[in-house]
Ligand binder design. Structure first.
Ligand code: 4FV
Length: 252
């Protein structure tokens, strides 16, 4: 997968992608990440990329020219056509594992990282295919959000997650929150690992993990359950849980 990132601060991407899974994916040529400095495409003598908003108001707006020039250059570099062009912005569609899975199937992604009040609207209208938000808060720039999306999407690219890790067991992969994990030592400062996990009985272990995922999802993100395909086993487990909680309630 080829990823081009248009930004005013390419240096911000050096270290995050220079370690761990992403670095290994780049070394294994599963992923190619390029950053392009939008300021290099500013045609004015001071190389400014932003200006005051028409209609007045606080803040500055990133002008259309450097972005359009930069995209023309990139389109040329990429053989005449671009993949999906993603603008990171608070107005975008909330990012999700489902969206990561969808983008993970693409061959080429372009990320537009804004600053100040954001981009001139003509950039959004003409160049952008996707607008993504990583959350309902305002950041200083689109770089960190782009890193978040690149990281989540990279994990969906076949071969990026080694054998050890599989996306299939991720939280949200099956729509539920992930079950608890334990590793050595079996006992630490008086805290012991649940026996079931030491039983070697994979069927029971799978059942226990599914129940823990259901329990954790009910406790923390019950709204997620409305989007999950529950098995008969799940419904039985939930029913059992419900009667247990009701019994608890009745005792009070
Ligand atoms: C953002 C978000 C975000 C808004 C103004 C960049 C900043 C500045 N992007 N999810 N939340 N962007 O706050 O994606 O241009």
């Amino acid at each position: 997968m080829k990823i081009d990132i248009l930004t005013l601060f390419p240096q911000m991407f050096e270290s995050p992608f220079d370690a761990s899974i992403i670095k290994r994916a780049i070394d294994k040529k599963l992923l190619e990440i390029n950053t392009i400095n939008i300021r290099d495409f500013s045609q004015n003598k001071h190389h400014t990329v932003d200006d005051t908003p028409f209609g007045g108001g606080a803040g500055m707006v990133m002008g259309p020219e450097p972005v359009f020039e930069c995209m023309d250059y990139l389109r040329e570099q990429r053989g005449g056509e671009l993949g999906r062009v993603i603008m990171m912005c608070p107005q975008g569609e909330p990012f999700s594992q489902g969206y990561a899975k969808e983008l993970g199937k693409e061959q080429h992604l372009v990320f537009l990282c804004g600053h100040y009040e954001g981009f001139d609207e003509r950039v959004r209208e003409t160049l952008v295919t996707d607008e993504i938000s990583i959350g309902d808060y305002v950041l200083t720039g689109g770089e960190l959000p782009a890193m978040v999306v690149v990281d989540a999407v990279a994990r969906m690219v076949p071969g990026v997650l080694g054998e050890a890790a599989s996306a299939e067991e991720d939280s949200f992969y099956n729509g539920l929150l992930e079950h608890p994990h334990y590793t050595k030592p079996r006992e630490y400062r008086g805290q012991v690992v649940p026996d079931i996990l030491l039983s070697g009985h994979h069927g029971n272990i799978r059942k226990w993990r599914r129940r823990q995922s259901l329990l954790r999802t009910i406790e923390r993100r019950p709204e997620l359950l409305t989007q999950v395909e529950l098995t008969k086993e799940d419904k039985a487990a939930l029913q059992e849980l419900l009667s247990y909680l009701q019994a608890l309630d009745l005792k009070k």
